[in-house]
Design a protein around this ligand. Structure first.
Ligand SMILES: [Ca+2]
Ligand SMILES: [Ca+2]
Length: 457
């Protein structure tokens, strides 16, 4: 999870052959709304796994697609696979979804609280044919017909090679089977696709045609890369092993392989759009793209992993395209992972039960309603060797308190890279008094009450 002391092993490059085939780039653009015989639009959500902003920026084609719509940053209220995936599907903060880690006990929580009450369930009840592909909520294995998906697609593969028993790269197989499921969907039913391979998650195995294609890219070294003075940071960040040259080489190779892996997400978007054209479902299709968490690559001296209260873990690149979505704009609004549930529901024209998130559809269409001023972020550790923390983020400030040390960090508008906490060891209520009461209120908020606390002045 957190790579404080033991960096992940670097997979050796195989034969560095980049095959130029399959680079079928579709020009994605917003198209005028046209009537179809179906009452609801096509909705596709592509959810990356551990995709950082820096890997996104280095992946050819991804931002080209995003340029046809609205780009934004999503804050993952808990920067870990399971909690964010659950947040997207339920519309709830992890403290209300009950999915706060990747534990196997998630199954019992899920079955007790969410079975039959998630995004695909809501859409299916309105007539959608729902297709899920790849990774569900960590710790939970959905089976056919449950968890709201008419079709659930998983691909068995060798984790070391990325290949299926038939020798196909597993994401390519996932794409092919998703296309087949879309083709097989009843023509009179709208489709919802939740496409989520564990990409670019470890073990960092790209498609063979992309292996080595990013090997000459330089690892970005932003202001927080190997942060020199860590005296403002909590013990477990401050006392990590020094990152030496060999580790930088490891970090670089892993980051390059994440870029290579992420190319498959570009292929997936193009392939899904192709079959939507083929099946006459593209004219009213919305595409939403995000990740379940970010990933560290040397920032603050942390060689790898996620789960940290810093922007590299917490904030993920996102975009949306659609028939009435603005083209070429970038949102600065505070958007949280659990907003996707309300957003998908509004785009689909279906109601939701009481949830914590709000629809960003008006923002995507160009409206600028009064919006939230802060969000709650937290990480509930399931392991003794990684920390628990919680905090509040605004557009220009971030604050976190770690447990059990109660070490507090606060970063203001002049410190966007979170390099010099102004708390200097003072407790949260004294260092960041304006956010302290907000933290108390957000920690237990639910439903509309979350929005009230998030927006109040
Ligand atoms: Ca993840
Ligand atoms: Ca510092």
């Amino acid at each position: 999870m957190l790579g404080f002391r033991r960096p992940m092993p670097v997979a050796k490059y195989g034969v560095l052959i980049a095959v130029a085939g399959l680079l079928c780039v579709i020009v994605l653009r917003a198209v005028p709304e046209r009537k179809t015989s179906r009452p609801h639009p096509t909705i596709v959500m592509v959810l990356a796994d551990d995709l950082s902003q820096s890997v996104y920026d280095a992946t050819p084609g991804l931002d080209t697609i995003a340029a046809s719509g609205v780009r934004f940053t999503t804050i993952t209220s808990t920067p870990l696979c399971g909690p964010t995936r659950a947040a997207i599907l339920t519309g709830k903060y992890p403290h209300n979804s009950g999915i706060q880690s990747n534990k196997r006990s998630n199954v019992a929580v899920w079955n007790a609280r969410h079975l039959g009450n998630t995004v695909p369930d809501w859409l299916r009840a309105a007539g959608y044919f729902t297709i899920g592909a790849g990774k569900f909520v960590s710790g939970i294995k959905p089976r056919f017909g449950i968890h709201g998906f008419d079709e659930w697609i998983e691909v068995e593969h060798d984790k070391r090679t990325g290949l299926t028993p038939g020798g196909t790269y597993w994401v390519d197989e996932l794409i092919q089977r998703t296309k087949a499921a879309i083709r097989a969907a009843p023509a009179d039913r709208p489709v919802f696709v939740h496409f989520s391979p564990a990409t670019p998650h470890g073990p960092f195995v790209p498609a063979p045609r992309y292996a080595g294609s990013a090997a000459t890219l330089r690892l970005p070294r932003g202001p927080s890369f190997l942060e020199e003075d860590l005296s403002d940071k909590e013990d477990r960040v401050r006392t990590r092993d020094h990152v030496d040259e060999a580790q930088i080489a490891t970090i670089t190779a892993r980051w390059q392989m994440q870029v290579e892996q992420t190319r498959s997400l570009v292929d997936a978007i193009s392939a899904i759009d192709e079959v939507l054209v083929e099946t006459n479902r593209e004219q009213d299709r919305y595409l939403l793209f995000s990740s379940d968490n970010g990933f560290n690559a040397g920032e603050h001296g942390i060689p790898s992993g996620k789960g940290l209260p810093y922007l590299e873990s917490l904030e993920v690149p996102s975009f949306a395209l659609g028939p009435d979505v603005a083209v070429g704009t970038r949102l600065k609004s505070l958007i949280v992972s659990h907003d996707f549930a309300a957003t998908i529901a509004e785009l689909a024209g279906v109601d939701t039960p009481s949830i914590d998130g709000v629809s960003i559809a008006p923002l995507l269409r160009g409206a600028r309603p009064a919006w939230r001023r802060r969000v709650y972020v937290s990480f509930h550790s399931a392991r003794r060797d990684v920390p628990t923390w919680e905090g509040v983020r605004t557009r220009s400030r971030s604050a976190v308190v770690w447990y059990p040390s109660l070490w507090t960090e606060g970063y203001g508008p002049n410190d966007p890279y979170e390099l010099d906490s102004h708390c200097k060891g003072r407790p949260f209520a004294r260092c960041i008094p304006t956010l302290s009461s907000r933290l108390d209120a957000l920690r237990s908020c639910a439903g509309n009450d979350c929005w009230r606390v998030e927006t109040e002045r």
